[in-house]
Ligand binder design. Structure first.
Ligand SMILES: Nc1ncnc2c1ncn2[C@@H]1O[C@H](COP(=O)(O)OP(=O)(O)OP(=O)(O)O)[C@@H](O)[C@H]1O
Ligand SMILES: [Mg+2]
Ligand SMILES: [Zn+2]
Length: 682
C-alpha cells in the first residue's frame, strides 16, 4: 500500500510549486518585505496548487524564523505543517463544503477571538470556499473585514464568482492557472526519475495531455499507469489503451491515407477505430490534435520540436512529411472539417456515422465549395500538373515557353503593330517547338520551374535543411526535355550537390523529390558553376526588353534578315546571335536518371562576358544558358536582336548609347562608310 503520488510530492515551499509564478512571486515578495495582508483568496482550476499554497503560506507566516518566503523546515511549526506532519493547533483548515452554514461561521468567530496557542498567527484556511452559503459568508463579513491582529484568512476555491463580492473585496485575490504542458512534462519526467520508473517514448506527453494542465490529475494518471505496469516500465501500448487515445500508428495510417486521398485506406482505418472500441469522438479529437501538430510543423519547420515538446524527433520528421504531402491550404481546410464534425458529434446518437461522413468530406474537397475548398483543389492540381503560366495570351501570341518573355512581348505589342505588321514580327518570336505550344499536363517550362522555385526550396527545406542550404544558392538556367541545368555559385556547392550521402540520400535526390512534388515532373540535373556570370540575368532581362523594338526596325529596313552573320569588330560586348545551330540538341544523349550530369565544358556560362570577336554561331556560343541569357529568339528563328541588328543588318558600329526617355531614344550609328547617322525611334 503506497500513498498517492500527488500526496507524496505535495510541495512544501513556494519554490517547489510549478507553473504558478504569477502567484508565488508576489506572495514571496510580500512575505520578504513584511507586507502580508490579512485575508487571501486563492482561485483557479482543480489540482493546480491552491490548497497546497494556502498551507505553504501558513507555514511561511508561522515559521519561527519568519515571516519568511522560505520556511526553515526545522522549527516546531515547520515540522508540524510539513507534508507528513500532524498539523498545527494554530492553523485551522476548514472544509467549507461541510461547514458552510451560519453556525459554523459563528463557531469560527469564537475561535478567532482566542490568541494563537504558540505561533505568531492564528490562520484559518477555508478550503472549497464557494460552498459557504451566503448567510455563512455574511456572518463572517465583519470578522474578515477587521480581524484581530493575530488572525489571517486564506480562502481557496475553484469558483471565485460564488464567493460573495463583499468577502472578495476584503481579500487579496490570487488567480491560479493550469500548468503549461512544457512545465508539466518536465515535472513528470523528474518524478519518474525520482521514482526510478522507466517510461516509453510518447507516454508522458499523452499523460500530460490527458491531465489537461491539472497537476493532481496528471499525477493521478501517472500513478495509475505505474501501478498497472509490470516491473518498472510503463509501455506505450498500455498507456494509449488506458488513456483511451488513438494509437499513434493508427493515426499515422489514417493521416497518410487522407493526404494521399486514398479512400479505401481511410475507411479501413476508421473501421479499425470503431472495431477497437474506441470512442469515435475521442478519435476525432485526436485527429484534430494531429492536424494541429501538422500545421505547427509546417509553419515552424526546424523549430517544431520547441513548440511540440516531448514529441520524439523521428515523429516530427514523419509529421513534416505528412504536412508537405497535405499542403498548407488543405491542412487548414481539413482542420476546419474535423472541427465542425467534432461539434456535430456532441450528443449525436450515431457518432460512427458522423465519423464516416467526416472522412468522406475530408476525402472529397470538391464537395466543399467554399473558397478554401476551391483553393485546396487548386493546390492539389498544381502539385500534380505543375503550375500553369500566365493567363491565355492574345490570339496572335500563342503560349510561349517563357511566360515572362511572352508578357514582355505583349507589352510591346501595340507599338510593334505600327511599324511592322504583327504577323511578321510575332512568328519570329514565337517558338516552333510543339511541346511548348500548350502546357499539357506533365509539361513544365523553365519559367514555371523558376516561378515555383521558392516553393521547391521550401519543400527541400522540409526534407532536409542541409540540402536546402546547398540548393538555396542555385538558379535554374535551362530546362530541356527533362534535364534541368542548375547554376551554382561555387564549385563547392556543385560538389555537395552531387555527393551521394547514402542510398537515395543526396542533395540532388532531395531536390528531385521536391520538384516532383511541387511540379509533378521528374528531372535530371546538370550542375555547373557560374561564379562571375552571376550578375548576368539582370543584364539579360535588360536586353530582352529592348529586343522586340529593335527587331521590328530590322524587319522594316530589310525585310528578311541576312542569314550569314558577319564577324563584328566593335569594342562592345556582343551577344551571340541566335541561329538554327542553337536549336536544342535533341540528339544529345539523355542523362541517366539518377545522376547529376557533369557540366559540358563547352557550355560556357552566360554569354555577356564573352569576347566580342567572331560571333559566328558556333555550337559553343549557342549553348542553352547562352540562349537563355541572351533572351533572344527561339531556336529556329533567324531574328536579329539588339546590337546584332545594328552590326549585321545596318552594318554599323556603336559609338555611344545615351539613356534618355525610353520612348524617345536616339541611337547614334556609324555605317561602314564611317558616316554617322542619327536615328530616333518613333
Ligand atoms: N503548482 C503545483 N506544483 C506542483 N505540484 C502541484 C501543483 N499544484 C498541485 N500540485 C499537486 O497536486 C496535488 C493537489 O494540489 P492542491 O490540493 O493544491 O490542488 P487544489 O488547487 O487545491 O485543487 P482543488 O481545487 O481540487 O482542491 C498536490 O498534492 C501536489 O502534489
Ligand atoms: Mg484544494
Ligand atoms: Zn520554520
Amino acid at each position: 500500500m503506497v500513498t498517492a503520488l500527488y500526496r507524496r510530492y505535495r510541495p512544501e515551499t513556494f519554490a517547489e510549486l510549478i507553473g504558478q509564478s504569477q502567484v508565488t512571486d508576489p506572495l514571496r515578495t510580500a512575505l520578504r518585505t513584511d507586507r502580508v495582508g490579512h485575508a487571501y483568496l486563492f482561485s483557479g482550476p482543480r489540482g493546480c496548487g491552491k490548497t497546497t499554497s494556502a498551507r505553504i503560506l501558513a507555514r511561511c507566516l508561522n515559521c519561527a524564523e519568519g515571516p519568511t518566503d522560505t520556511p526553515c523546515g526545522a522549527c516546531a511549526s515547520c515540522i508540524e505543517l510539513a507534508r507528513d506532519g500532524g498539523g498545527s493547533l494554530d492553523v485551522v483548515e476548514i472544509d467549507a463544503a461541510s461547514h458552510n452554514g451560519v453556525d459554523d461561521a459563528r463557531d469560527l468567530r469564537e475561535r478567532a477571538a482566542f490568541a494563537p496557542a504558540r505561533d505568531r498567527y492564528k490562520i484559518f484556511i477555508l478550503d472549497e470556499a464557494h460552498m459557504v452559503t451566503t448567510q455563512g459568508f455574511n456572518a463572517l463579513l465583519k470578522l474578515v473585514e477587521e480581524p484581530p491582529e493575530h488572525v489571517k484568512f486564506i480562502f481557496a476555491t475553484t469558483e471565485p464568482e460564488k464567493v460573495i463580492g463583499t468577502i472578495r473585496s476584503r481579500t487579496h485575490h490570487y488567480p491560479f492557472r493550469l500548468v503549461p504542458p512544457a512545465q508539466m512534462l518536465d515535472y513528470v519526467q523528474q518524478l519518474c526519475t525520482a521514482e526510478g520508473i522507466e517510461v516509453e517514448g510518447g507516454v508522458l506527453p499523452l499523460v500530460v495531455r490527458a491531465g489537461g494542465g491539472s497537476v493532481r490529475d496528471t499525477l493521478s494518471l501517472l500513478d495509475q499507469l505505474i501501478a498497472g505496469s509490470e516491473g518498472n516500465t510503463v509501455l506505450y501500448e498500455r498507456a494509449v489503451a488506458l488513456l483511451g487515445y488513438t494509437h499513434g500508428a493508427l493515426l499515422d495510417e489514417i493521416v497518410d491515407a487522407l493526404a494521399a486521398a486514398d479512400a479505401p485506406g481511410v475507411f479501413t482505418g476508421v473501421d479499425r477505430v470503431v472495431q477497437t472500441g474506441q470512442d469515435p469522438r475521442r478519435f476525432v479529437e485526436d485527429l484534430l490534435e494531429r492536424l494541429r501538430d501538422l500545421i505547427v510543423v509546417a509553419a515552424t519547420r526546424d523549430g517544431a520540436s520547441a513548440v511540440l515538446r516531448g514529441v520524439p524527433a523521428d515523429e516530427i520528421e514523419r509529421m513534416a512529411h505528412q504536412a508537405s504531402a497535405y499542403g498548407a491550404v488543405e491542412l487548414s481546410r481539413a482542420a476546419d472539417v474535423v472541427n465542425a464534425a467534432l461539434t456535430e458529434m456532441t450528443g449525436a446518437t450515431s457518432p460512427r456515422l458522423h465519423l464516416e461522413l467526416m472522412a468522406a468530406r475530408l476525402l472529397v474537397p470538391s464537395s466543399d465549395d467554399s473558397e478554401r475548398g476551391a483553393l485546396a483543389r487548386v493546390e492539389r492540381l498544381e502539385r500534380r500538373i505543375g503550375i500553369e503560366g500566365e493567363a491565355p495570351a492574345p490570339a496572335s501570341a500563342a503560349p510561349a515557353p517563357r511566360p515572362v518573355e511572352a508578357v514582355e512581348q505583349r507589352r510591346e505589342a501595340p507599338r510593334l503593330e505600327t511599324p511592322a505588321p504583327p504577323p511578321a514580327a510575332v512568328p519570329a518570336a514565337v517558338p516552333s517547338a510543339p511541346a511548348a505550344a500548350s502546357a499539357a499536363p506533365g509539361t513544365v517550362t523553365l519559367q514555371q520551374i523558376r516561378d515555383a522555385w521558392p516553393e521547391v526550396l521550401e519543400v527541400v527545406q522540409g526534407i532536409k535543411r542541409g540540402s536546402w542550404m546547398v540548393v538555396y544558392t542555385s538558379t535554374a538556367r535551362a530546362f530541356e526535355g527533362d534535364v534541368l541545368t542548375l547554376g551554382f555559385a561555387s564549385e563547392n556547392d556543385v560538389q555537395s550537390f552531387r555527393q551521394a550521402q547514402g542510398a537515395g540520400e543526396s542533395v540532388s535526390e532531395h531536390l528531385r523529390r521536391a520538384i516532383l512534388q511541387v511540379l509533378g515532373v521528374r528531372v535530371k540535373f546538370i550542375a555547373r558553376v557560374e561564379g562571375a556570370a552571376a550578375a548576368a540575368p539582370a543584364q539579360a532581362v535588360e536586353e530582352r526588353r529592348e529586343a522586340p523594338r529593335l527587331d521590328t526596325t530590322a524587319e522594316r529596313k530589310s525585310g528578311e534578315a541576312p542569314a550569314v552573320p558577319k564577324p563584328a569588330t566593335t569594342g562592345w560586348n556582343v551577344t551571340p546571335i541566335p541561329d538554327a545551330a542553337s536549336a536544342p540538341a535533341d540528339d544529345e544523349a539523355p542523362p541517366a536518371d539518377d545522376e547529376v550530369l557533369p557540366p559540358d565544358d563547352a557550355d560556357a556560362p552566360p554569354s555577356d562576358e564573352e569576347p566580342p570577336a567572331p560571333a559566328a554561331p558556333t555550337p559553343a556560343a549557342a549553348s542553352a544558358p547562352a540562349r537563355s541569357a541572351s533572351g533572344g529568339a527561339p531556336a529556329s528563328g533567324r531574328a536579329r536582336y539588339g546590337e546584332a541588328v545594328v552590326r549585321e543588318v545596318l552594318k554599323a558600329s556603336f559609338i555611344e548609347e545615351v539613356q534618355l526617355n525610353p520612348r524617345d531614344r536616339p541611337v547614334r550609328l556609324v555605317d561602314e562608310s564611317g558616316a554617322a547617322t542619327s536615328g530616333s525611334e518613333a
